[in-house]
Design a protein around this ligand. Structure first.
Ligand code: ATP
Length: 257
C-alpha cells in the first residue's frame, strides 16, 4: 500500500536520511525506530507531503503521492508528535473542523465526532476549549481526528505520549483492530515494549540509514537477545547508559562533597 523508494533528504548539505526504502502493506503495523535525530520526523514529513525528498519517491497504492496529493491526504490519517491544535476550539469543534476540511457531510461529522469523543472518554469535555485539556486528552482528540474520515493509511508519531495506562491499553487494542480492518499503519515510537507487542515488522533507522527491516521476534532471535530493546541498543550502538548515568551523578556532586 505505502512504499518508500530510496528516499534521501539533506538539510543545508547535511544528510538527514539516505536511501530509505521500506513498505507498509494493508493490515500491517510497521514500527519505525531510531535514536533522536536519526531521521524519523524527516521521513514522516516526506510521507505526509510536507517536505520534498532530494531523491526517491513515496508511492501509495502504486502511484507517487506527488501526482495527486489531495487524494493521498484523503486516504491518510496522521497523529503528529506534537499537538499543534487550535486550542481555543472545543474538542467537538476541532473534530467538526477536521471533518469539514475532509469534505464530509455535516450529519456524518456530528454523529462520528460525538461518538468518537464519547468512546475516548471525552464526552463531558466536548464543549470545553482544548487549552483546558491535559496532554493525554489532547492526544486523544488528535487520535479521534485521525479516525474521522476512515483513512486507509494511518501514521502515528509517538502517540502514547501523555496517555495514561487505560488509554494506552485502549490505543494498543485500537491499533490491532485497525490492522484487522485492513488499514496500513506506520507507528513511530521510542516505547519499545509496545512496539514489540504490536508491530508485525520494525524498520530500524540509524543516522539516516535503514539498518534492519524485520519482525521484532526475528531481530531478537538473529541477534541472540531476549528483547527488542536489547537488539535496538546493539544495532544503533547506543552508549552504556549505566556508565553515563553514573558519570552524570558524579559531575552533579562536584563541589558539593
Ligand atoms: N529543519 C531542519 N534544518 C536543519 N537540520 C534539520 C532540520 N530538521 C531536522 N534536521 C536534522 O536532521 C537530522 C534528522 O532529524 P529528525 O528530526 O528527522 O530526527 P528524528 O529521528 O525525528 O529525531 P527525534 O527522535 O529527536 O524526534 C538531525 O540531525 C536534525 O538535526
Amino acid at each position: 500500500m505505502l512504499e518508500l523508494q530510496n528516499l534521501s533528504r539533506s538539510y543545508r548539505g547535511i544528510p538527514a536520511i539516505k536511501n530509505v526504502s521500506f513498505r507498509v502493506d494493508a493490515g500491517e503495523i510497521v514500527g519505525y525506530l531510531g535514536a533522536n535525530g536519526s531521521g524519523k520526523s524527516t521521513t514522516v514529513k516526506i510521507i505526509t507531503g510536507l517536505l520534498h525528498p532530494n531523491d526517491g519517491q513515496v508511492l501509495f497504492e502504486g502511484k507517487s503521492i506527488r501526482e495527486d496529493l489531495v487524494s493521498f491526504r484523503a486516504a491518510l490519517g496522521y497523529v503528529p508528535e506534537e499537538a499543534y491544535i487550535y486550542t481555543y476550539l472545543s474538542g467537538l469543534e476541532y473534530l467538526q473542523l477536521t471533518g469539514r476540511l475532509r469534505g464530509m457531510p455535516e450529519s456524518l461529522i456530528r454523529k462520528k465526532a460525538t461518538r468518537l469523543l464519547e468512546l475516548l472518554g471525552l464526552e463531558s469535555w466536548r464543549h470545553s476549549p482544548i487549552f483546558l485539556y491535559s496532554k493525554g486528552m489532547k492526544q486523544r482528540v488528535l487520535i479521534a481526528a485521525a479516525l474521522m474520515h476512515d483513512p486507509r493509511l494511518l501514521v502515528f508519531d509517538e502517540p502514547l505520549s501523555g496517555l495514561d495506562v487505560v488509554s494506552s491499553r485502549l490505543f494498543k487494542d485500537l491499533l490491532q483492530e485497525l490492522a484487522e480492518q485492513g488499514k496500513a499503519i506506520l507507528y513511530i515510537s521510542h516505547v519499545l515494549e509496545v512496539v514489540e507487542q504490536v508491530c508485525n515488522r520494525v524498520v530500524v533507522l540509524s543516522r539516516g540509514n535503514v539498518l534492519a527491516d524485520a519482525p521484532p521476534s526475528e531481530l531478537t532471535r538473529l541477534m541472540k537477545l531476549t528483547t527488542l530493546e536489547g537488539a535496538f541498543a546493539q544495532l544503533v550502538q547506543q552508549q552504556d547508559t549505566r556508565v553515563v548515568a553514573h558519570q552524570l551523578v558524579e559531575i552533579m556532586k562536584v563541589d558539593h562533597a
